[in-house]
Design a protein around this ligand. Structure first.
Ligand code: ADP
Ligand code: MG
Length: 727
């Protein structure tokens, strides 16, 4: 009965378009839009609606105005062009079929679908009115041929809104509209299988699936169409959150080994020697993580916090607890340079607790190794052996750690730095390196807006370090707009000199390594490390200062030497690319000058700026730009200068970049197009959907009570994986 009806309705949505549409039409919809079934085509939603109420009068449409007009063709002509190949179509449009007084000219070039437009055809056009030879005209407007499929009697005016679909070169909005109309006319079953639980639909006041489909394609009034759209938006958020909730539930049901640590282990020794007190955030998040590690459910946690907020210490303490429990651990960085830096700073933090096996090392010491792709075969082999035998307690590395050849005796925990460069699949690959699910902690210094966290990272629990370690001085930031204040260029270097004279150090960051060999001709030349380095050595203000340079083109050992020299205070001013973006820790550096700062994104500038303000002296960041004030990129810089709150910045970033679709344009049978959500605007909706989804999954992890939802999710999971991969 009811279920049978639903099954039949489900089959109807799965049926191929050829069953209703002409084979040629079905083929082009499948090829161009990727819509092969009835359900898929019905999931192709209108971009907007042309409303009768919003229609301009043909008689009053004025030049320069952007209008939507409906009229009758009172004259139709076409001719081949003389100067080039192709055909011009020209129609006169009037409000009334017999009216030849107030007309407007509409012209098109090369569009075969216009062949059948003739006198009496009703046409909807949308574009900007211009004047050509004293006549008002629209050239190449968006158009819809209305008359031959409306079913409206000759001369009668259809007052219903006309859906306008996203068109492509090959498939016009009109073709989509007619095809969908045909499908709706063939009769959709009264009730369609609805992935939204009935109770939730009621609570949210959402239209049932079938009604919403009919309404979005054929609304009586535009406001109904928006109600339908809202339903699909909610559905999109809810489906995504259900995918995330089930994924999280699945991870949590994998068995993990409890790693409770021990009171007299290396962690206790580490804590006892730590030269500073943990911030309360480090303390609290550390306790949460520690308790989670002690359970047999695998931890899947995101640790976010400003640059310099002390995430590494939190992560290392967790790793030590796991080592104390007799397991091995891995620390993953996105690049070799970063892996090397982490290896160095972890060893620094550990001191003689890190040198297991070396002469005179602490009896509690652990063995820490680095593993990267560029190491010699013999070194690699030694590390791999140590991992396989269980002698290596902590390995720091890159993607190389994901390779097939790496086997661990007992991998208990993985820390991933800068998650956004690691996809979901890589996370899964890592998880498979272990016999039981390892605990996973992901660190990111780019704070993630809550909505993004709820979507891209929605299957993770989140910890946040909100405060910086005590004694840090705030960073002041200024935009230096050379366009309106050319004299400031000199002032910048004077300022650098003052800083150096006070015993501090300076970063100068450039977008380029070297001058481009050929001028791309896109605006003024950009600062490069090489040219700036040369130029600053000639600067009178900097006479006698020790200037160094650092970029990716410098051989590895020289790079390392430059970095160490700067860290040791043997270089006063370091000219560099964004290689210094992450990981460099020089508390004595108090001035950062970013040249052509407009070339960098918000997140990157925020990261860069985190290289200063790490010591007890007040720091200054100068964002230098040659662009005029008021330019959008300069506004972006002004925003960066106005706050050091990374979360605020990343929300601004997401908003201004107009973060796109949550699930992309992918499509699955019978489901909405999943392209409606906007992460920032729809935050409240996403939060409600998330709560509902997580509640449902915790009550009913298999979704046994929601068969339609379960089925929909099954077909969706692949797609959303891809989406999360790209995010
Ligand atoms: P993040 O990884 O979050 O950018 P780090 O863990 O690298 O930050 O810490 C930045 C610097 O602050 C390091 O030199 C670290 O030793 C130091 N640090 C960490 N926690 C504290 C603390 N509670 N008090 C003082 N300094 C700290
Ligand atoms: Mg760090």
């Amino acid at each position: 009965m009811v279920t049978e009806q639903l099954e039949a309705a489900g089959r109807m949505l799965q049926s191929p378009l050829e069953q209703i549409l002409a084979p040629k039409t079905a083929l082009s919809l499948a090829e161009t839009l990727g819509r092969a079934t009835v359900g898929q085509l019905l999931g192709y939603f209108p971009r907007r609606y042309a409303e009768r109420g919003a229609l301009a009068e043909i008689s009053t449409a004025a030049p320069g105005e952007s209008v939507t007009l409906v009229g009758y063709v009172v004259d139709a002509r076409s001719r081949y062009m003389r100067s080039r190949r192709g055909k011009i179509y020209e129609f006169l449009l009037a409000a009334d079929p017999s009216d030849t007084g107030d007309v407007i000219t509409v012209s098109f070039f090369n569009n075969r679908s216009l062949e059948r437009v003739q006198r009496g055809t009703r046409l909807l056009v949308s574009g900007t009115v211009s004047v050509y030879r004293d006549k008002r005209s629209l050239s190449h407007p968006d158009f819809e041929i209305l008359s031959d499929d409306d079913g409206s009697a000759e001369g009668a005016v259809d007052v219903r809104p006309v859906p306008i679909y996203p068109a492509t070169k090959k498939v016009s909005s009109e073709l989509v509209r007619k095809s969908i109309r045909k499908i709706l006319a063939a009769g959709l079953p009264e009730t369609l299988p609805d992935p939204l639980p009935a109770e939730l639909r009621r609570a949210e006041g959402l239209m049932p699936y079938g009604d919403a489909l009919r309404t979005i394609h054929s609304p009586d009034e535009v406001k109904d169409a928006y109600r339908a759209r809202h339903r699909f938006k909610f559905e999109e958020a809810f489906l995504l959150q259900t995918v995330l909730a089930t994924r999280r539930a699945a991870h949590q049901s994998e068995p993990a080994s409890a790693r409770p640590g021990r009171p007299d282990g290396v962690l206790a020794a580490f804590d006892a020697r730590l030269p500073f007190a943990l911030t309360s955030g480090q303390q609290e998040n550390g306790e949460v993580i520690s308790a989670e590690l002690a359970t047999t459910r695998p931890m899947n946690r995101l640790l976010q916090g400003e640059v310099g907020s002390g995430k590494t210490v939190v992560a290392l303490r967790a790793l030590l607890q796991v080592v104390d429990s007799g397991a091995q651990t891995a620390f993953l960085a996105p690049t070799e340079v970063l892996a090397e830096q982490h290896f160095r700073s972890i060893n620094e933090l550990l001191g003689d607790l890190g040198g297991a096996g070396t002469l005179g090392s602490d009896p509690l010491a652990i063995r820490v190794e680095l593993l990267t792709g560029s190491m010699t075969q013999s070194t690699k082999k030694r590390v791999l052996l140590g991992l396989a035998s269980g002698e290596v307690d902590l390995v720091v590395g890159t993607h190389a750690l994901l390779s097939e050849h790496v086997g661990f005796a007992e991998l208990g925990m993985i820390v991933v730095d800068e998650q956004h460069r690691f996809g979901v699949e890589q996370r899964d690959a890592l998880r498979q390196r272990a016999s039981t699910a390892p605990h996973v902690l992901i660190m990111t210094a780019t704070p993630i807006p809550r909505t993004v966290a709820m979507t891209s990272f929605g299957d993770l629990a989140v910890s946040t370090l909100t405060e910086l370690p005590a004694g840090r001085q705030p960073i002041r930031s200024h935009v230096v707009a050379l366009d309106s204040h050319p004299g400031w260029e000199q002032r910048i270097w004077e300022r650098a000199r003052e800083e150096i004279d006070a015993g501090r150090q300076v970063f100068v960051v450039c977008p380029l390594i070297d001058e481009p060999s050929s001028d791309p001709g896109d605006g003024p030349p950009r600062a490069s490390v090489e040219s700036t380095f040369g130029h600053l050595q000639q600067q009178a203000d900097l006479a006698g200062c020790r200037i160094g340079k650092l970029h990716g083109g410098i051989p590895g050992d020289e790079k390392e030497a430059a970095m160490l020299a700067f860290a040791a205070g043997d270089i006063d001013l370091l000219v560099a690319t964004t290689v210094i973006e992450v990981g460099v820790n020089v508390p004595n550096a108090t001035l950062m000058i970013v040249l052509d700062a407009d070339r960098f994104g918000i997140a990157q500038l925020h990261q860069l700026r985190g290289r200063i303000g790490r010591g007890s002296h007040e720091s200054l960041c100068l964002l230098v730009t040659a662009l005029p004030e008021g330019h959008p990129s300069v506004e972006r810089l002004t925003k960066v200068a106005s706050t050091t709150d990374g979360l605020e910045l990343s929300e601004y970033d997401v908003e201004t970049r107009k973060e796109g679709d949550i699930l992309g344009a992918a499509q699955s049978g019978g489901v909405s197009s999943l392209t409606l959500l906007r992460v920032v605007q729809d935050r409240a909706l996403i939060e409600r959907a998330r709560q509902a989804a997580f509640e449902l999954v915790s009550r009913d992890p298999q979704l046994a009570g929601e068969p339609v939802l379960r089925q929909t999710i099954a077909s969706l999971d692949e797609e959303s994986k891809e989406y999360l991969e790209r995010a």
